[in-house]
Design a protein around this ligand. Structure first.
Ligand code: NDP
Length: 483
């Protein structure tokens, strides 16, 4: 059985406690690897290694830091087949998705931030008369913690560690214990990419043990976290008195607003993708589909017909479009929401139950049917809480104002999609939606230079492009007379 190890100070190490955790393949329900159950002692060792490495790494020329990231990106490309297979096995996602999205994007993240640090510039302010120059010196922070979730494992892991390292920080990272394999694979190639020992450390383990120790550690000066809103709130409370820099990318309950004048075919096929990609386990997935009255029946029927054709399959099969949910407890949570929706009078238009296993190998896997519900009001918990599975609800609206009100009737504010062929209406509506991201007539189209993040309970701060480099640096204003 595969056994993962922590990377601490350039060495692959076992957990100091000698404790291990089982890692389960979602498609089969079988344990296929074990991972360190690390605790505060391992975090302490990793932070010490990172502190020791910081003076040299932070003064390493940016060209060399960028070169390390590019070599790492090349190693991801070289090992992409193994990474794709591992991501699919560990997470339950179809290999086709890991191949099209997760692994290429992980490579791109590393390469993108290599380029970004080469173009990152400081500001200078020279008041009239030019008697003084004020310039901004952006310094790396020191040791930073990067904590990532299970839904897009290597994709979101690299999205954090790449800007942190590019900016000259030393990193202690904790991937989700549910999907740790690709982060471990990447850690195996850190030295080959050229990172000196201690610059990049990975500690595996449970969130409330290893993760908590990382968050609480007084020498860790910033935490970049992606995960659930409750965990984010807990981290914010834990660090409140410690004045750490915090970046929180949290949950969503994203509306898709379908106006009657939309491009019907495009809206249907993209909404199917935005609802059910990765089994609905993407923070940016649409979960509340708001449809204009006069299109409601036609859109609903076409959506349901398409959803019924999605048959969950073995994730390792190249033709599979929908794989398994990430774990048994997560599938049970999603099923619990469906049961609650039924009790509250929801009409189940399709799905609503576990899907049958695609083959014998997957007999004990966590498969679910894509599910569409209608008939629930905006106030109902199914329309307010993040389900994070292949479950969407349909609601009607009769005016632009009502669509905006429904879209904003949520504690969350991560992403919205807007479907209309009226460009003025699209911009007008987008500007009134309380979300960090709005996609008009498209979904999940990303330019890595743009700010990424949410408002309200979906997070604090922005990732992406120079926003991430600003987060991972501390600005110092320096003023000097010119004569
Ligand atoms: P969790 O909040 O459960 O976990 C996220 C990470 O935090 C994991 O590595 C977890 O470890 C760790 N963790 C848990 N408790 C603590 C703690 N007390 N201190 C420090 N770390 C801790 O989220 P999920 O992994 O379940 O991910 C799904 C969530 O992530 C969804 O809500 C989704 O919307 C959100 N998400 C947001 C994105 C965004 O960009 N806004 C993108 C992707 C996902 P462990 O797994 O071991 O418990």
């Amino acid at each position: 059985m595969m056994e993962l190890q922590n990377l601490i100070g350039g060495e692959m190490t076992n957990p100091q406690s000698g404790q291990w955790l089982d890692n389960v393949e979602p498609a089969t329900g079988q344990v296929f690897s074990r991972i360190p159950r690390s605790d505060a002692a391992d975090i302490e060792a990793a932070v010490e290694a990172a502190r020791a490495a910081f003076p040299k790494w932070s003064s390493t020329p940016f060209e060399e830091r960028a070169a390390c990231l590019r070599r790492w990106g090349a190693l991801v490309a070289k090992h992409s087949e193994a990474l794709i297979a591992a991501e699919s096995q560990d997470n339950g996602k179809p290999v086709s998705l890991a191949q099209a999205v997760d692994i290429p994007r992980a490579q791109k993240n590393l390469e993108f931030f290599a380029g970004a640090i080469e173009h990152f510039a400081s500001e200078a302010h020279i008041p009239g008369g030019a008697e003084f120059i004020h310039y901004t010196h952006r310094k790396p922070i020191g040791v930073v913690g990067c904590i990532s979730p299970w839904n897009l494992p290597l994709y979101l892991f690299t999205w954090k560690i790449a800007p942190a390292l590019a900016a000259g920080n030393c990193v202690v990272a904790k991937p989700s214990e549910v999907t740790p394999v690709t982060a471990w694979m990447l850690s195996n190639w850190a030295a080959e990419a050229g990172f000196p020992a201690g610059v990049f450390n990975v500690v595996h383990g449970l969130g409330h043990e290893a993760g908590q120790a990382l968050v609480e550690h007084p020498k860790v000066k910033a935490i970049s976290f992606t995960g659930g809103t409750q965990t984010g709130a807990h981290i914010a409370r834990t660090t409140a008195g410690m004045f750490k820099k915090l970046s929180l990318e949290l949950g969503g309950k994203n509306p898709a607003i379908i106006f009657a004048d939309c491009d019907f075919e495009n809206a249907i096929s993209t909404t199917i993708r935005s609802s059910f990609a990765n089994q609905g386990q993407i923070c940016l997935c649409s979960s509340r589909i708001l449809i204009e009255d006069r299109l409601y029946e036609a859109f609903r029927d076409a959506l349901v017909a398409k959803a019924k054709r999605i048959i969950p399959g073995d994730p390792s099969d190249n033709t599979t479009k929908m794989g398994a949910l990430v774990s048994a407890p997560h599938r049970d949570k999603v099923l619990g929401y469906i049961a609650s929706a039924k009790e509250q009078g929801a009409n189940v238009l399709c799905g609503g139950a576990p899907a049958s296993a695609p083959n014998e190998r997957c007999a004990s896997g966590y498969f679910m049917q894509p599910t569409i519900l209608e008939g629930l009001g905006s106030e109902c918990n199914i329309n307010q809480e993040e389900i994070f599975g292949p479950v969407i609800t349909l609601q009607r609206f009769s005016s632009e104002a009502e669509a905006i009100a429904l879209a904003n009737d949520s504690d969350y504010g991560l992403a919205a999609t807007i479907w209309t062929q009226d460009a003025s209406k699209a911009h007008r509506v987008a500007s009134q939606i309380e979300s960090g991201i709005a996609w008009i007539n498209c979904w999940l189209v990303r330019d890595l230079r743009t700010p990424f993040g949410g408002v309200k309970s979906s997070g604090v701060g922005r990732e992406g492009g120079f926003e991430a480099l600003r987060f991972f640096t501390e600005p110092q204003s320096v003023c000097i007379p010119t004569h």
